[in-house]
Design a protein around this ligand. Structure first.
Ligand SMILES: Cc1cc2nc3c(=O)[nH]c(=O)nc-3n(C[C@H](O)[C@H](O)[C@H](O)COP(=O)(O)OP(=O)(O)OC[C@H]3O[C@@H](n4cnc5c(N)ncnc54)[C@H](O)[C@@H]3O)c2cc1C
Length: 574
């Protein structure tokens, strides 16, 4: 009998695809209290390295809030800067977003993290198996599913074939996620369109152990080459280097078509591309020649039961990639556990779609310029494309968007201006910036984002200001919360985590506040957090962080009763 039939024929969520996105979703859903099964058709222990290799700051922040950044950093390679070369000389610009990432502002992850996709997958699989006691079911293929609209509890039945035994088993679930890559079977079976283009251009990517006389070869460098486009030079884990370059139509012709592009050809052309720098290969770990599909699914959710994540929902080049999916799991988990309304889950498509569309629009510009052509946006300009690429990357908004730090969501049910918008300068829908706080007692510095760990809970953070000014308001707040008919008694307590941040020094929470603290107390002794979030220390504020670290809403200390409105739109009452 198939291992599935023995163990888990009814679960909350079935995930198809054991790539990075499927594994990360599995880990998150298990961490958030769901029963989940993940199936993978390949024997991943046999698969080669290569594919995705870089994570930008916001991705690392989000993974840190899931306790995953540390193992990835331990396994990977960090770059903080990059040089750009033209004809053997350093020139301005390049692929590195702003050349020096220490200029990046309010993130503590002022670096890019590089490791090969298989290592990332192993770390996610390991984390998931610690949560669910087993890892993905390899050599199992999803071959169909049905949805019984008349069944409330587990309406989706997924047919899974054990590729060892050819046996087909059914698993029943509440939700199905297609994380099964760009050619997604789930997407096709759900009749979801996948509109977009496939570029004519081809790119080489290779991971190799090399020697070179290029200056600073362990930086994230780039080279502007007349024959091979913009060349990517990226140090990755275990002393390897990822090299990427454009394989033009004339090169394809030279080798008699894409089929003629062997590893030896990729090495010969890489040497040409790097000229006048020298390049010697000690070994090649992986190489590929590929084209780019810039496509987006017509919907990321079908029949309210089937979701698409990762490449199954959208594809584009790696140049603009932001990495991984952390916006579905918490919404789905709260819905599975009966805590959230459907509107919360509906926001997955709405919020993700507008970000993905911008990624794809940017990608069209970047990949065209990297190939040495002029995209419509730059038609009529006569400068070399490398200068236009530099202009594009120097645009701060563009940089911040691609690095993820500048992504914000529009006002919606989840991102709401409830009260006076002058309570704080941070706005609903913005990423919550990171800042050091001080722990009581030891005085250890602690990062706010670390404290707001993602456990699929909303964080209610009382920025209590300087208590010399706010003590009365805090006592009133405590009385409202204890007396209440406010959201605290109306919605399930397990959905919230509470914190208080006084802008003062002190030796005890109660002592500082003059009333029982709201959750754990961390001190903002230098008032940096209040300043960064734009909270007046004489007035204080209550800031609601969504589980994924974006700002949900902001209210004054006296306005906490209004949070009923906010949570009523997205959560079920007790
Ligand atoms: C050759 C190549 C080079 C790349 N290089 C880069 C790069 O340099 N940088 C970068 O950022 N990105 C790169 N990418 C893209 C990156 O690898 C993807 O964005 C990423 O892997 C997407 O993750 P995913 O989990 O959504 O899908 P995938 O990693 O594609 O995983 C999908 C999984 O689903 C499984 N599956 C499919 N159908 C079924 C089924 N019916 N039943 C069970 N399992 C199924 C597949 O076997 C696969 O393991 C590259 C991709 C390719 C193909």
């Amino acid at each position: 009998m198939s291992r599935f039939a023995e163990t888990q024929n009814t679960v909350d969520v079935v995930i198809v695809g054991g790539g990075p996105v499927g594994l990360l979703l599995t880990y998150q859903l298990a961490r958030f209290g769901c029963r989940v099964s993940i199936i993978e058709q390949d024997d991943k222990t046999q698969s080669s390295y290569g594919r995705a290799s870089t994570m930008w700051p916001r991705t690392i922040e989000l993974l840190d809030q899931l306790d995953l950044a540390e193992p990835l950093i331990q396994a990977g390679m960090i770059t903080r800067s990059g040089l750009h070369f033209h004809e053997g000389r350093r020139v301005k610009g390049g692929l590195m977003y702003g050349n020096r990432m220490d200029k990046l502002g309010d993130t503590f992850f002022k670096f890019a993290l590089h490791l090969r996709q298989r290592l990332t997958e192993e770390i996610f699989a390991d984390a998931a198996s610690k949560e669910i006691g087993s890892t993905h079911m390899m050599l199992h293929r999803m071959q169909g599913f049905t949805i019984d609209q008349n069944e409330d509890s587990h309406p989706v039945t997924v047919q899974i074939k054990d590729l060892n035994t050819e046996e087909v088993v059914d698993i029943k679930c509440k939700y199905l996620i297609g994380a099964d890559g760009g050619k997604s079977t789930v997407r096709k079976l759900a009749n979801i369109s996948f509109e977009g283009e496939h570029t004519q251009g081809r790119w080489i990517r290779m991971d190799a152990r090399v020697t070179t006389d290029m200056p600073n070869p362990r930086c994230l460098n780039s080279i502007d080459s007349a024959s091979h486009g913009q060349i990517l030079w990226c140090p990755i884990d275990n002393g390897l280097t990822r090299i990427g370059y454009v394989f033009s139509g004339s090169l394809i012709e030279k080798y008699g078509g894409v089929e003629g592009v062997t590893q030896e050809v990729a090495m010969v052309e890489a040497k040409q591309a790097l000229h006048p720098f020298k390049l010697e290969f000690l070994s090649v770990d992986w190489f590929t020649i590929y084209g780019i599909g810039q496509r987006i699914a017509g919907t990321f959710c079908a029949n309210d039961r089937v979701f698409l994540a990762g490449d199954a929902g959208h594809t584009h080049s790696s140049g603009s990639a932001q990495g991984l999916n952390t916006d579905l799991a918490w919404k789905l988990a709260l819905r599975v556990r009966g805590l959230a309304k459907k509107a919360l889950l509906d926001s997955y498509d709405a919020e993700r779609r507008q970000v993905v569309q911008t990624v794809i629009d940017n990608d069209k510009v970047i990949s065209t310029l990297i190939s040495g052509h002029y995209p419509p946006r730059f038609q009529g300009r006569s400068e070399p494309t490398r200068e236009l690429l530099t202009e594009w990357f120097n645009d701060l908004n563009m940089q911040h968007f691609t690095l993820g730090l500048g992504i914000s969501y529009p006002l919606s049910l989840l991102n709401v201006t409830i009260a006076d918008p002058s309570v704080a300068t941070i706005d609903p829908g913005e990423r919550g910036p990171d800042v050091y706080l001080t722990s009581l007692g030891t005085g250890d510095p602690l990062r706010l984002q670390k404290i707001l760990s993602n456990r699929a809970k909303f964080s209610i953070v009382v920025f209590s200001g300087n208590t010399e000014y706010t003590r009365l308001a805090l006592v009133d707040l405590r009385t409202t919360i204890t007396a209440l008919d406010s959201f605290v008694n109306v919605f399930p307590a397990q959905i919230f985590q509470w914190f208080t941040i006084p802008a003062t020094f002190g030796n005890g929470g109660q002592e500082i506040l003059g009333c029982h603290p709201f959750g754990k107390v961390y001190l903002d002794t230098e008032m940096k957090a209040h300043e960064m979030y734009g909270v007046d220390i004489r007035r204080g504020a209550v800031i609601v962080f969504r589980p994924d670290g974006w700002i949900g809403t902001v209210v004054p200390l006296s306005g906490v009763g209004q949070l009923n409105h906010y949570f009523d739109a997205i959560l079920n009452r007790r």
